[in-house]
Design a protein around this ligand. Sequence first.
Ligand code: C2O
Ligand code: CU
Ligand code: CU
Length: 488
Amino acid sequence: MNRRTFLGKAGGALGVAATGSTAWLTACDASSEPLVPGPSEDGRGVPLPVPGTAQTGGLVLRATPASTRGGNGGGIGSLAFNGSIPGPTLRVRGGDRFLVTLENGLAEETILHWHGLDVPALADGHPRLAVGPGASYRYDFTVSNRAGTYWYHPHPHGRTGPQVYGGLAGFLIVDETPGRGPLLPSGDREVLLLLQDKRLGDGGTPVYQPNASDRMSGFMGDTGFVNGAPFPFALVERASYRLRILNGSNARVFDLAMSDNQPFVLVGTDGGLMDAPHELEAVLLGPGERIDVVVDFSGSPAGSTIRLHSRPFQLVGGMGMGMGSPGDQGRAMDLMEFRVRDTPAVPSPAFGAFEPLEALPNLVGARTRSFSFSSMMGLHAINGRSFEMDRVDVRIPLGNPERWRFVNQSPMPHPIHMHGGHFRVLSRSGGRNAILPWERGYKDTVLLLAGETVEVAVLFEEHRGLFLLHCHNLEHEDAGMMANFEVV
Ligand code: C2O
Ligand code: CU
Ligand code: CU
């Protein structure tokens, strides 16, 4: 199928926009330059795309339809920020003024959310703030987060799934203060990896057309994409690399590992560095979660290739169709390849001292709130209710620590994400029955498998106003597995 017929077909889907079709494809400008090359004809893959870096003092981020062309002649209808997939990497430091304008060049409404940043409510990208085609939205706040790996993506109600899948996502890095904390690989040896999965249609083009079962389990693909390219490769020297990894897929949980079984040295999580490094063979990462790991290629033979992949895994649960099944979750997937160059081996230097985490908030006498997540008969709900834009579900007093209990009442995984701050995981009961090593630091998203209950400590200290708690499975979120809470 050539590109023209693909676009024609997508255009025909306009009438079913309400069911989540890719209506934005129709706005494709057929003459745009390719953004991301497809798999090359010799089958050797494409180099890992590296988005440019942008400063946030006065940046304009323009979301527009774009097109990419596969090496096999297939076109990909897609969306980009400033013509780039992923969007430009924003690098800031604590205390910086963050002044960014979103311009909506799409054919539908959108709004931007800075995932993991503590910002005033009006800068948080709540869907009630979404702006229509041609309009813009100005963000102006001071960065107050710890150094860490954050990201940005759209948040319009009911359309977050298709917009993120289309390519609207980017990294937002709060950099460490030089000279403080551990010594980690940097420069060319710091690599940002946005992991996604796409479903390829005729001609190798990603498609987004959720059917009833996708709306239950979330939309999952059959092909691993990293930074917008299918199974790309990166040339590496025989040295240590810092990989900041984001699961930016709509619904897929990855059980990440290196194909040669060499360990990840975990140094950070959602909200920044941990207090000590931790060696791990694999990490089960849900949509929205990040890990910061060091991998050491100094012992890898020159000329060898090592894959970053998601290992197959089995989910417990699956209680029949009515309750929804985890679908395709757990299939093995190759994500990218590291090709080791013939360079002298540079042994991994010592990290030096990590800084301690803050003490947990004092929860003596703290209030406990329960949020249960259910997926039944096509309905995704929190405490039995689906999202309503103007209904405030809970009010939380500023400055009072609380214990929040997340209960999974369904057979499928739910990555639970909180806006407005970070939490600390206190316990997990049922299912895996433990706090995993990558859950020991500051988190804004935590994965709940079937049967699991997770308790977290939350404390809102800075900003009053309306924020969100939701499942980061984007089809669940779009279907209403989201609640408003107001910090008062
Ligand atoms: Cu990354 Cu409310 O989302
Ligand atoms: Cu968020
Ligand atoms: Cu969910």
